[in-house]
Design a protein around this ligand. Structure first.
Ligand code: AMP
Ligand code: MG
Length: 270
């Protein structure tokens, strides 16, 4: 579905114009039922392609998920990867750096958990916190975060050159939808564990986060590691868009199954 991907893509060098993208949009299918059906097929396809990627063991995929709290980083991971073999796929969630992480450069912890050949890694948050959260919360000075865009472009270029496809998705949720989801987290005992007071502090800084994301996406959407902005107010459409993006990335890689053992067609099992 090239048209959908074009719509979601942030063209290298151009601004994502987040304010003009409607988080409430339902893209990828004309109805929820059709969307869920399509997702089911994509989930299955993802399983097949990942099996080939794993068997081939020469290339890898890194999916970077960014977004405000409640944008659906966890939910996307849960729903899109149900058909993928956990052997060869993992999630890494980046929290505030601590301990040894603080004693190294900001990309140190990131590179360590990049996928091995044959694997898909999902980053629930990423090095983009180091140009967004640290900027908005004023944890480092401007000249420090500003020069990181260039590091990140280079880092992702290196990963790509060495065989890792880098797929970056910004889950674009509206402030109003976030309010509903935060309320749900407070009310639903099964979700309460996710709520942190810091989420409200980030919500107060909403506009600053949006403009930090606006800059980060513009500075780092490249030909080799493009950003996609996915409307995230509707879970089904969000999952569908991410699945479309991922399947397209894997189809581009087109992983090949290794040649079978010579003479396999003459083997008799006794
Ligand atoms: P959550 O993903 O909701 O579990 O929250 C993780 C928190 O860690 C978020 O508030 C992130 O902004 C924060 N975080 C992750 N990485 C960094 C970083 N490099 N610098 C500052 N804060 C970070
Ligand atoms: Mg949180």
């Amino acid at each position: 579905m090239p048209h959908l991907l074009d719509e979601l893509n942030v063209a290298p060098g151009s601004p994502p114009r987040l304010a003009e993208r409607d988080p409430d949009q339902r893209l990828g299918a004309s109805s929820k039922d059709e969307g869920l059906e399509r997702l089911e097929r994509l989930v299955e396809r993802l399983g097949v392609l990942h099996n080939r990627l794993f068997a081939e063991a020469s290339r890898a995929v890194l999916l970077v998920l960014q977004g405000m709290d409640t944008a659906g980083k966890d939910g996307t991971t849960r729903k899109v990867f149900t058909g993928v073999n956990p052997q060869g796929c993992y999630v890494h969630s980046f929290k505030e750096p601590a301990g040894a992480e603080l004693e190294h450069d900001y990309l140190w912890r990131v590179h360590q958990v990049c996928p091995a050949r044959g694997e898909i890694a999902i980053f629930n948050r990423s090095h983009y916190e180091d140009v967004v959260a640290v900027r908005v919360r004023r944890l480092v000075e401007q000249h420090v975060w500003q020069r990181r865009y260039e590091h990140i472009r280079g880092f992702e270029r290196m990963l790509t050159d060495e065989g890792t496809a880098v797929v970056k998705v910004f889950l674009h949720v509206s402030k109003e939808e976030q309010r509903k989801r935060l309320e749900e987290r407070i009310e639903n005992p099964e979700k309460r564990w996710k709520f942190r007071a810091g989420d409200l502090e980030d919500r107060r800084l909403w506009d600053d986060f949006q403009s930090a994301y606006e800059d980060a996406l513009r500075e780092t959407s490249t030909d080799w590691a493009p950003w996609y902005v996915v409307p995230a107010d509707h879970n089904w459409s969000r999952n569908l868009c991410v699945a479309e993006i991922l399947v397209a990335a894997l189809e581009r890689i087109d992983p090949e199954l290794p040649e079978p053992e010579p003479g396999i067609e003459n083997v008799t099992i006794v």
